[in-house]
Write a new protein. Structure first.
Length: 493
């Protein structure tokens, strides 16, 4: 930096002093001194601000929590990520600020955003400029798309909301969505199907992997023509997002392609961030519902590529199996603990992946299971930010606001007389215990390490209402019987 300033000063000084060659003695020396001072001021004012912006990390930053790497921290404080939202490509919706305000008002701090541009609801726009001939120029941007993205980054940061973006919106590249996608060779002026090998038509589901758009990276087909424009798109995203500290990066949505694709983009994004002297966190989202499937090995087994793991597809599972699958993965990474995120929780009466009850149970099991985040998927497949989602987010924040969840861990071993899926325990034994009941019930909680008479407080989840606290007699075992059927949580301290 200093060397650069010196070079600028020397070069400009040389050229300007040529105009003063006729001056002699003290006058010449005085001019030279004053000129140097002016040049230093000029160089600092013009060069320094740009360099500082390139090197300074955002003041508020999402990071892995230093004291417990199963969780996140934001602005140097531990953060439990809870959310729900109405759409996938949230930056495209016209009432985004109001939606973010609603989320914030119920205790939410976490959204998902795919960089999708598929025209689902009529207000979505594409990232590239459309020409008069009806085709796109991949070298020109549609400023409205990027304005919406920038606004979302700014508005979420203002509200301390963490944003998990998905770079490649998988379903934009298949079936009818691919037919109108700017990257489709028939829709742009930049390359042809013959030049790239890209198909003009893909009628299959993404699990069949029949669009070689996702095979462009060097470790696969190394299709440089396509890769150049893919890189340009990602660079444009990063030109905005790296200025904000509330962003997590997921490479794809429900991908079935080879690990080389996600690995390439994860390392590409990390390299770009490193060059800007900024640290970012990346993951991949695989399609398989079973977390034990080999497809998930690429994220679980490679922390050097992915600093956290998104396990959203486990939220297709139900009941006790949903819990057990997630706990096996916690054990799997016990030697290298990382946050396990759930940016999509399925389950709504309107969808195909479980009902309202399934969605709400999954939300609570994830947090009581020691996972880092929980967000209701958008309708119709999830509860979004509807009234039931609001009640659950609000109640979860009410409960976790009265305990130090970051020092707790799943402890179903402290429960007895428990039926499958009847109750779940999150505890710091000897200090505090929380138990979640999906539909009423009665269990026995081992509080033998608690050194004082316990205080018991019941939370009516759907009403977001605490019942009066009760001071109980100090015993080794505590019987917990729900006040009624329905969704309950209880805090014992």
């Amino acid at each position: 930096m200093i060397d650069g300033l010196g070079y600028i000063i020397q070069r400009v000084e040389k050229h300007i002093l040529l105009s003063y060659l006729s001056l002699e003695g003290d006058i010449m020396g005085s001019c030279r001194t004053e000129l140097k001072l002016l040049l230093i001021v000029f160089a600092v004012l013009t060069v320094w601000p740009f360099s500082a912006r390139a090197m300074t990390e955002p003041k508020k930053k999402i990071e892995i929590y230093g004291k417990n790497p199963a969780y996140w921290q934001y602005n140097d404080k531990p953060a439990l990520l809870l959310g729900g939202s109405v759409d996938d490509s949230l930056f495209q919706i016209p009432d985004l600020q109001e939606h973010l305000d609603l989320l914030k008002s119920v205790g939410g701090n976490y959204i998902r955003n795919t960089m999708s541009s598929r025209n689902d609801k009529g207000f979505e726009v594409q990232p590239f400029k459309k020409l008069a001939n009806g085709k796109y120029d991949l070298n020109q941007w549609n400023e409205e798309y990027w304005k919406r993205f920038r606004n979302m980054l700014m508005w979420t940061q203002q509200r301390d909301i963490i944003l998990q973006i998905e770079i490649w919106a998988t379903f934009d590249y298949y079936r009818d969505n691919w037919a109108v996608n700017p990257f489709n060779p028939k829709n742009n002026i930049n390359y042809t199907a013959a030049q790239t090998g890209l198909p003009e038509q893909v009628n299959s589901h993404p699990v069949l992997r029949e669009n070689n758009f996702f095979w462009s990276v060097p470790a696969e087909r190394n299709q440089e023509t396509v890769l150049k424009f893919q890189q340009r798109f990602v660079d444009k995203i990063l030109s905005y997002s790296l200025k904000f500290g509330n962003v997590l990066y997921c490479m794809d949505n429900e991908t079935s392609v080879t690990p080389q694709w996600g690995s390439y983009w994860s390392q590409y994004i990390q390299a770009k961030a490193k060059a800007a002297r900024i640290r970012v966190h990346t993951t991949e989202m695989w399609d398989k519902w079973d977390l034990a499937d080999a497809m998930h090995n690429a994220t679980f087994d490679h922390p050097e590529i992915y600093s956290f793991v998104d396990i959203s597809q486990n939220n297709h599972q139900k009941g006790q199996q949903h819990w057990d699958n997630a706990q096996r993965q916690r054990e799997r990474i016990a030697d290298n603990v990382r946050p396990l995120n759930n940016v999509k929780i399925y389950g709504a009466d309107t969808g195909r992946f479980g009902n309202d009850r399934d969605g709400m149970e999954r939300f609570w099991r994830n947090i009581f299971g020691g996972l880092a985040s929980a967000r209701f998927h958008r309708p119709d497949s999830g509860l979004g930010l509807g009234t039931k989602a609001q009640a659950n987010i609000r109640s979860m924040r009410m409960l976790t606001g009265k305990m130090d969840v970051f020092t707790c861990a799943p402890h179903n071993n402290l429960l007895s007389n428990r039926k499958p899926n009847e109750a779940y325990c999150l505890a710091n034994p000897g200090s505090e215990y929380a138990v979640y009941f999906p539909n009423g019930g009665e269990v026995t909680l081992d509080i033998s390490t608690l050194k004082k008479p316990p205080e018991v407080r019941w939370l009516d989840i759907m009403k977001s209402r605490w019942l009066d606290a009760q001071r109980m007699e100090r015993k080794g075992k505590l019987t917990l019987q729900c006040p009624s059927q329905g969704y309950w949580a209880v805090l014992v301290q």
